[in-house]
Design a protein around this ligand. Sequence first.
Ligand SMILES: Cc1ncc(COP(=O)(O)O)c(C=O)c1O
Length: 319
Amino acid sequence: MTTNSKTVTRATHDKVILPVYTPAQFVPVKGKGSRIWDQQGREYIDFAGGIAVMALGHCHPALVAALKQQGETLWYTSNIFTNEPALRLASKLIDATFAERVFFVNSGAEANEAAFKLARHYAIKRHNPYKTKIIAFYNAFHGRTLFTVSVGGQAKYADGFGPKPADIVHVPFNDLAAVKAVMDDHTCSVVLEPIQGEGGITPATPEFLKGVRELCDQHHALLVFDEVQSGMGRSGKLFTYMHYGVTPDILTTAKALDGGFPISAMLTTEEVASVMTVGVHGTTYGGNPLACAVAEAALDTINTPQVLSGVQARHERFV
Ligand SMILES: Cc1ncc(COP(=O)(O)O)c(C=O)c1O
């Protein structure tokens, strides 16, 4: 079969792409704000919004300008060099949050993979080699690598791939007694989405988040918040933890972080980051100048009182 860009249609998808998705029956070719247009020029309102990605809509002028400017300047360097957009973006994320250290990757799953590895590494380095238990939640979603899909609490995604990483326990979300029942000194971390996304939009209760924080402190376990879906202004604050007054030790962000250009980040404290040394973890594309320049423009646009209060006002209207 030969195809070229002129002849591809929705039917081509079912011949050439791995059959893991069932996309809509038309192919979008253009987007602007909340609208997309298909191959026939038909206009649609895009209620899918990139599944929590297109927080600023399609082709937002600030993001397009950043992409063009950086695209004509420096795309990629590898980690042999650092680069200005990554350093600026990390500094701004630190200024805006609890974090003191940032690690950039390319997807939500990779940010969570880094977070779970860091939580285990911290416990092993600072405490003992048996402190590896991860407490996670049914209906959670953390990505599709074998580690992240195993921490996610949905058998339909996790089963069928052979042996899973060990020492992961799932309990019902918002059930503090259930967490207490499995929490012990062998626990390295509790991992949760402050608002569960894929499992149905379920916010954590304030008592639950506060209680989990206290249990983590009592047992020297790290609290990991997956804000891949709930972060970057989508709850009306830059990150959802800011509504609760409960601060995690590690936070992951992706999706709306770049409004459609692949990037993700893991944020943490100086103390937790201090167990990582050169070569312990890494990535080829993470922190590349192009993605970081676009994310900087997205962060500058989203993290303003005007945008965040606009999200809150629309939330109230929908409710
Ligand atoms: C809460 C949460 N974590 C992680 C992920 C995985 O992100 P990605 O698909 O970019 O790997 C998702 C994706 O839907 C998500 O909603």
